[in-house]
Design a protein around this ligand. Sequence first.
Ligand code: ADP
Length: 497
Amino acid sequence: MQVVMAFDQGTTSSRAILFDHSGSIVGVAQREFEQHYPQSGWVEHDANEIWKTQLAVGREVLEQTGVSGQDVVAIGITNQRETTVVWDRTTGQPIANAIVWQDRRTAEYCDKLREAGHADQVQAKTGLVIDAYFCATKIRWILENVPDAKGRAERGELAFGTIDSWLLWNLTAGRVHATDVTNASRTMLLNIESCQWDDDLLDLFEIPRSMLPEVLPSSHVYGESNAELLGAAIKLGGAAGDQQSALFGQNCTEHGMAKNTYGTGCFMLMNVGDTPVPSKCKLLTTVACGLEQASQYALEGSVFIAGAAIQWLRDGVQMIDSAPEVEGLAASVPDSDGVYMVPAFAGLGAPYWDAYARGAIVGINRGTTRAHIARAALEGIAFQVADVLDAMKTDSGMPMTELRVDGGASANDLLMQFQSDISQVPVIRPKVIETTALGAAFLAGLAVGFWNSPEEITGVWQTDRVFEPKMSVDEVTHRRTRWQDALGRSRHWEPAS
Ligand code: ADP
């Protein structure tokens, strides 16, 4: 039996998943690794531990399933985005811990860049808003703070990479220093029109070009793994950032197609075709996975608290014992009886970007029960998603034909139906909700001819359930107006310090 191996290198764990030709999962192995919090707002990973756990799960899944390395036609990599590694080209050793996407240490520097008037130029070139999330300021921080790093970088002795690059380097013992274009688009150094590193941005952030990996398509043979690692030299056929990989794994390859991942937060991407669309609604413009040279673009927006609101019902107020229980509780009442919950526990993300918003439950009356609150929590997730989807429609000028969903909370039928109702769009849940890993497998499998065409992939992707909108337009308008009222109550709550 031939398989594709997906390396799903996430923020808290490394996983390896084998997919067969029908797109079914043959085996999964997973290992968590340590999170380092050296100071408030700082988050680091040991890049060597990332590599070791990733290799270990690759070996483990082969052992578990009895599949030999020779039967793995390709490896596809998908990874936590923006996490930044700088290493020595000769020894292959990182010169510092990896700075994780969540790390805020460069936030003040980003404020200064904005104050100095660089925001428009950076957005026009990269599609991103200046923020500490992206790699550029993290690389700069390492070069400024690790002794002699700047000099070594200028002498060409150091290499930078996001996690895809770091894994490709290690899988090939340093023969390949490359990155895929979707990961590159999250560095804040890539010109998204040309898909090349941008000299003005490199000057702005004082980063020598020699550190940077070669930018290659997401579905592409980058090289072969060293044979001793997994029992055979395996083609490295694809790489993509996790959210772009999920978009591809959901087969959203035509413009107007969108996916949402309902996890702790929500991550939405909408394919806007082969021309980047600048955002006026505070979304990000980013590169989506294309095949070989044909770049595709997406609009991206995220919601910070989604499934986490259900965790709060479970752990914070102990209203339920497990997350899935929320559905039965919410379904025990016909509606929220006018109760709205705005889960702005950590401020609001797209399209509001209000760091000072905080959670609110409004409209409580004497008849309100925990069932109404549970329902309002689920609806609050869907309303936030609906606001981002509207921003995407406005920015792209395209109608949204359907929303494909994945992530832990997409198992909740009541939430999916409400999403469909409130957004007036069919919501489609696929059979395989491991879409991030599936996307990487598709990219790699296409590069080596395991699957021959995007059309063949379309046949592999299968629907589990479609939720069609049932709510009347008047009702939708009423609910969304009330939601906006509730949202207004939550905004600017924390005093700005
Ligand atoms: P992540 O990858 O962000 O850790 P997952 O995709 O594993 O998230 O999804 C877990 C999240 O989904 C948790 O926040 C949990 O509260 C929520 N969740 C899980 N099952 C349900 C459910 N049936 N209904 C609503 N939320 C759920």
